[in-house]
Each structure stands twice: as C-alpha cells, then as structure tokens.
Write a protein that binds this ligand. Structure first.
Ligand code: NAD
Length: 341
C-alpha cells in the first residue's frame, strides 16, 4: 500500500511511520514541522527509498491536492494536529485552524480528487469529556462532551469525518485513543516533563492534587492499533483504543521516582521533589477506555504493560539526553502553560 501520513514527524506519527516502513509500505509524510515535530525520530525511515517527506500545512488546499495527485496514496492516516491541552487554553486559534480546517481541507481534497482513498482519522478519548470514579469507561457509543479547546477541536474534526463518510460516501474510519507515552514524546507532556525534572533534580510540578486519572498506552502499541484499524476497520465506524492501565497522575510520578531511585541512587528519594501546583483550568478528572471492540473485531491487544513500558521509556530518556536538552535549550524551556483562563 501507499499511505499518506499527516503529522508524521510528531510523537505518534513517527512511530507509525517507523512501523509502516519496516513492514514494507510506501509512505509519504506531510508535516508542517511545528515546534512539536521530532524529525530525528524518522532517521531510520528516512534511509528507505519507500519513504518521502513533504514539508507543508494540511490547511493548504493546493498543496494537499498536489500531494494526492503526485503520490496517489491508497490511504491517508491523519495525525497532524495541535495536541497539547495547555497550549489550547492559551491560544485556541491554532487548534481550530489545524485540527478543524486542516481535517476539512483533507476531506475535501479526497472528495474532489475522485479516487477511492481510505481516510483514517486519528483522534483522542478526550472528546468524550470527563468520567466520575464509578462511571463505566468510554466506548464507541459514549456521547461527546469535550471540555478543553483541544478536545473541542478534535470533536469537531471527528464529526466532519463522520459527515463526509455519510454524505459523500468517503471511506472513512476513526479511532479514539487514550494517553500515549514512550520514546520521542515532546517534553511538555506529563511523563517526559517529570522524568526530565527528576533527572535534573528540579521540582516535579503536579497539577492540583494529582488525583486525575488517565489510561496509559505505549506509543508502539497505539501504532499497531492504528495499522489494524486502517487495514480492517469498518467504514464509517470508530474504534476506542486504550491500555487498561488507569493510573492517577500522582501514581505515575511516584512510579517514575521509584524507578529513578534504582537507576540513580545518588538522587534518591526522587519523590522529595514532588510539588503540587495550580490546577489546569477545566482539568478532566478521569479518562478510561473500554477497548473491547478493537480487541474482539480487529484482534488487537497491547504488547506492553504499563510498568515495563514506563521502565523502557525512562531508559530511553536517560540514553537520549542530548535530544531533550537541545529542545529545552532552543524550543521549549519548560515554562508553565495553560493558566491564561
Ligand atoms: P504531536 O504534537 O507530537 O505531533 C503533531 C505533528 O503534527 C507534528 O509533527 C507537527 O509538526 C504536525 N503538524 C501540526 N500542525 C500541522 C499542520 N497544520 N500541517 C501539517 N502538520 C502539522 O502529536 P501526537 O502526540 O503525535 O498526536 C498525533 C495525533 O494523535 C493527534 O491528532 C492527537 O490528537 C492524537 N492523539 C494523541 C494522543 C497522545 O497521547 N499524544 C492520544 C490520542 C490521540
């Protein structure tokens, strides 16, 4: 197959591309290379003649049409997005532009191109809102209740995808995944923020009381799920993807500290660095996923449990210090975001 991946220089997109190229697919990556891009994560794929890269914006209709014409993909995996909730609070416009207009632009290009192209829209569980402690996990039938500008923009794009499938007959499929972690995650998200602060001996800034719950999935398992949805997902349907690994943010940070105590005993105990800071406005209390459908219908299961995945991720950040030090020096120094509400 020939696959157009949008946002393929990001955290998840680069994992998807590494897997696709390894399994012999032809891939073109359309990415704007925003602050969040990690082209270094594609060095392995870049050596392959099956991989090509186009720098550009998914909102650029002329460019998107040209890419579809030149590369004639069989499928699109649409991951390009602004993805950080805190940044969406401070500057929602970029989220509406890329996440909503960008998705609309791609759908229209496929519709007007007139060739059959499978369109896989990669979305988030955050579109479903926030669960109480006793609520059943999110599933494909959970009503949408987004609470942040980020999740609202993703919800809007999910609705566009569905409508272009129902109205124009496009071959669309959507997946909604829980929180990912793993190598190459930009150091503004919880796990890399905490790992890096702990390694540097700085305070570990936990929002609110740390009681918020997320369902964690390793990025390589998410990439495998996405390939299953692309290959076998039913048209106009959606698939929830999660790791059955609900943890409070505080538990995640304590697990990072405990693992670092083993690896770097000179800094132990690292949990003395835990600091509670002002909560995120509109902070969703709990996300959890019922992944029963993708497991039963597409035969996908995660290969890593959270503890082994986290240990491997910690090792990776320790071994790749020059990468994150370069980002902290030149792109994002770690200042608090998302309090402008
Ligand atoms: P990321 O922020 O790491 O990467 C996003 C990529 O998109 C970057 O390479 C960036 O340069 C590119 N991009 C941004 N705007 C663009 C534009 N206008 N045109 C072209 N490229 C553009 O994001 P991620 O964590 O890899 O997430 C990828 C997708 O998965 C997103 O759609 C996100 O909503 C979804 N998702 C993420 C998670 C998670 O935990 N990270 C969970 C579920 C779903």
């Amino acid at each position: 197959m020939s696959i157009l991946v949008t946002g393929g220089a990001g955290f998840i997109g680069s994992a998807v591309i590494r897997q696709l190229v390894r399994s012999g697919e032809t891939v073109v990556n359309l990415d704007k290379l925003t602050y969040a891009a990690t082209p270094e994560a594609l060095e392995e794929a870049a050596d392959s003649p099956a991989y090509s890269f186009v720098q550009g914006d998914v909102c650029d209709a002329a460019l998107v049409a040209q890419v579809l014409e030149e590369h004639a993909p069989d499928a699109i995996m649409h991951l390009a997005a602004e993805s950080h909730v805190d940044r969406s609070i401070d500057g929602p416009a970029a989220f509406l532009e890329t996440n909503v207009t960008g998705t609309f632009t791609l759908l229209e290009a496929v519709r007007r191109g007139g060739r059959p192209i499978r369109f896989h829209h990669i979305s988030t569980d955050e579109v479903f809102g926030s669960l109480g402690p006793e609520d059943a996990p999110f599933s494909e039938t959970t009503p949408y209740t987004p609470n942040s500008p980020y999740s609202a923009s993703k919800a809007a794009s999910d609705h566009l995808v569905r409508a272009w499938g129902e109205t124009y007959g496009l071959d669309v499929v959507t997946s909604n995944c829980s929180n990912n972690y793993g190598p190459w995650q930009f150091p503004e998200k919880l796990i890399p923020v905490m790992v890096i602060a702990a390694v540097e001996g700085r305070p570990l800034p936990i929002y609110g009381t740390g009681a918020n719950i997320r369902d964690w999935l390793h990025v390589e398992d998410h990439a495998r799920a996405l390939r299953a949805v692309l290959a076998r997902g039913a048209r106009c349907e959606s698939y929830c993807v999660g790791g059955d690994a609900e943890r409070t943010n505080l538990a995640v940070v304590r697990a990072i500290c405990a693992a670092l105590d083993q690896q770097r005993p000179e800094g132990a105990p690292h949990d003395r660095l835990i600091t509670f800071v002002t909560d995120r406005p509109g902070h969703d209390a709990r996300y959890a996923i019922d992944a029963g459908r993708i497991r039963a219908e597409l035969g996908w299961t995660p290969e890593r449990d959270f503890e082994s995945g986290l240990a491997g991720t910690l090792d990776w950040y320790l071994a790749n210090r020059p990468w994150w030090e370069g980002i902290r020096a030149r792109r994002y120094g770690g200042e608090r975001l998302g309090l402008s509400a």
